[in-house]
Write a protein of this length. Structure first.
Length: 213
């Protein structure tokens, strides 16, 4: 995604070609048609700068899929190897709640104070004053507390657990929005999304190569 890997990373790309020879589907998502596009099975010429809309729609498509709900592997994997079950602070607010901004935005400084983004029960302490960054202010640092670990919900149904917050945030990213903002026909987007779903399971999965070159 976003890279002409065949020409800019030829040593790594030979493994992509080896995988293709063994039956892998190669998908190239890039505004340009390059040598990588010519060697891919699917080329997606999205508009420059719209990568995150396309990726967000893939997240939404997977999490909304019936196969997600029917395949216990997905839930088992993210429950064991990600922070999906962790409860986020009650102070956190998403962009739907604050007109396009996350909680903690400091307008005058044009930056976010991320205190409200932390796990529930995660504690804060001031950074050492000897540390110098952009200014001499002590910044809050958030550290895990072994005596009071973050709250989790093993069922991942709590509306404040990471998985449910991700679902809520990305549900706006639909195939229709992809067509509108990325310029990618819905049928082509669905072809990519279905290829990813079909290639996900215990025995195999997909790899994303993301670069700027």
């Amino acid at each position: 995604m976003g890279s002409n890997m065949a020409e800019n990373h030829p040593v790594g790309f030979r493994f992509v070609m080896k995988a293709k020879q063994q039956g892998a589907t190669v998908i190239h998502i890039d505004p340009r048609f390059s040598r990588t596009s010519a060697l891919a099975d699917i080329h997606v010429p999205l508009r420059a700068g719209s990568d995150m809309v396309f990726l967000g729609a893939l997240v939404n498509y997977v999490l909304s899929s019936e196969r997600w709900n029917d395949n216990p592997f997905f839930e088992e994997y993210i429950g064991s190897f990600t922070n999906a079950s962790t409860i986020i602070s009650e102070d956190y607010r998403d962009t739907e709640d604050l007109g396009g901004l996350f909680s903690g935005y400091l307008a005058e400084e044009r930056r976010y104070d991320t205190q409200s983004w932390q796990y529930a029960r995660q504690r804060a302490r001031n950074a050492p004053t000897t540390h110098h960054s952009q200014d001499s202010m002590a910044r809050p640092q958030y550290v895990g507390d072994m005596t009071e670990p973050p709250i989790t919900d093993p069922t991942m149904q709590d509306p404040r657990c990471a998985l449910q917050l991700v679902k809520r945030h990305f549900r706006r990213y639909t195939p229709e929005l992809v067509e509108q903002l990325c310029g990618v026909p819905q049928a082509l987007f669905l072809k990519v999304a279905e290829a990813l779903l079909q290639n996900s399971g215990r025995d195999r999965t997909s790899a994303f190569c993301y670069a700027l070159a």
